[in-house]
Design a protein around this ligand. Structure first.
Ligand code: NAP
Length: 358
């Protein structure tokens, strides 16, 4: 970590929706974080008043001791004074609650879909579009908030956008045909009933999943000019499937490029790409946001989901496509890179840029 970006003392952070699948991933990833300290956990009235240990059906490994003793509160800015607020709220609750925290001067890092596509809200991936943070000035002017909302993408979009960014920057992506195989943890807890998914594939995911994958990458890869984002001029066609995998969304992609290149040249562009914030020393940034595997049967969720601490998207099977130009398979951790880890990385960039009031 470079010393110029490292805060002298840890910054208190709160987690909204801390009891859910993504909320738990926040608690796990923030345990021992060098810059941030979880001082508050909040959820619905079903959980409020209980200890975090009692309120949470903990899903993976040991619950961090410190968090386990915190009392879960309601999601009310009057009860929580942390300047950084990570939101893992269900979208039914996120709209009003996140706005209330931003109005109260907090920096809200949201996983919910509610604000992602609003013109004045950054849909941020630090390695791809850190300049979109300049939208915060527009947001404050439009909404009159002293705080702000910064969003991260849908979990499959994250895999798509990170795989596309190096190709788009080097060769221009014009069309994308994508089929997803999405893990069960993407549906939250308890998620899909076991008898519906065991030995099965469900070719539908609610909440507008296909529409998100078809729209969010255009904003993420869009250009920020004169206070607004012009979407990247590409067409995306998405089909989604829920599969009996625990963690890791796999995405099979066919891509049409403005400049047609061989698989070898595409692989070289993917392998050498480090993204826009490699020099900042952000603690959650992987050395390589995109990792290319040359093994013929990879990536696989079971073997590759924790690449780069769960923050790298693994790409394999890069080859010529007889319909468009290139095809490949990309896979990333949906609750880490696709949710909590992405929000934490976004918050680290905000701190490094001096955008968090302390
Ligand atoms: P989840 O397991 O169902 O958890 C939902 C959380 O929201 C729980 O903490 C729940 O608290 C809280 N909540 C629900 N209604 C509330 C209310 N009215 N007021 C306050 N808190 C409320 O869902 P998840 O999978 O963690 O997803 C959380 C968010 O992240 C969603 O917006 C989802 O779309 C998004 N997301 C998820 C993933 C993923 O891979 N899972 C990836 C990207 C984005 P209680 O326990 O008290 O009910």
């Amino acid at each position: 970590m470079s010393s110029h970006t490292s805060p002298a003392r840890k910054i208190p952070v709160a987690i909204l929706g801390a009891t859910g699948a993504v909320g738990q991933t926040f608690v796990r990833l923030l345990d021992g974080h060098p810059w941030f300290e979880v001082t508050a956990v909040a959820a619905s009235e079903r959980s409020a008043g209980k200890s975090y240990r009692d309120a949470t059906h903990w899903l993976s490994g040991e619950m961090p001791e410190r968090a386990s003793r915190l009392e879960v509160t309601m999601c009310d800015p009057a009860l929580l004074d942390a300047p950084i607020v990570f939101s893992a709220l269900d979208s039914d609750a996120a709209g009003e609650v996140e706005a209330a925290f931003a109005r109260a001067g907090r920096m809200v890092l949201s996983n919910a879909r509610n604000y992602r596509m609003d013109a004045d809200i950054p849909l941020l991936i630090p390695e791809v579009n850190p300049d979109h943070l300049d939208l915060l000035a527009v947001q404050r002017e439009v909404r009159g908030w002293s705080g702000a909302i910064v969003t991260n993408s849908n979990c499959s979009t994250m895999v798509v956008a990170l795989a596309l960014a190096p190709l788009h920057q080097a060769f221009g992506v014009q069309q994308l045909f994508v089929t997803t195989l999405q893990a069960l943890s993407g549906a939250g807890y308890p998620g899909v009933p076991s008898l519906d998914i065991l030995g099965n594939i469900i070719p539908f995911i609610g909440g507008g999943e296909e529409e998100k994958i078809e729209s969010e990458p255009l904003k993420i890869l869009g250009t920020f000019e004169h206070g607004a984002i012009t979407p990247a001029p590409m067409i995306v066609s998405a089909q989604v499937n829920r599969v009996a995998v625990e963690h890791g969304h796999t995405v099979c992609m066919s891509v049409k490029l403005a400049t047609r290149v061989t698989p070898e040249i595409a692989i070289s562009a993917l392998q050498s790409w480090k993204g826009a914030v490699a020099s900042l020393g952000l603690p959650s940034a992987p050395a390589y946001p995109v990792v290319v595997t040359m093994e013929h049967d990879r990536p696989q969720p079971r073997r590759d989901v924790n690449a780069g601490g769960g923050m790298s998207v693994v790409i394999g099977r890069v080859r010529t496509d007889p319909l468009l130009d290139l095809r490949l398979v990309a896979m990333g951790h949906n609750t880490v890179r696709g949710a909590a880890g992405a929000s934490i990385l976004n918050a680290e960039l905000l701190v490094a840029r001096g955008l968090v009031a302390r």
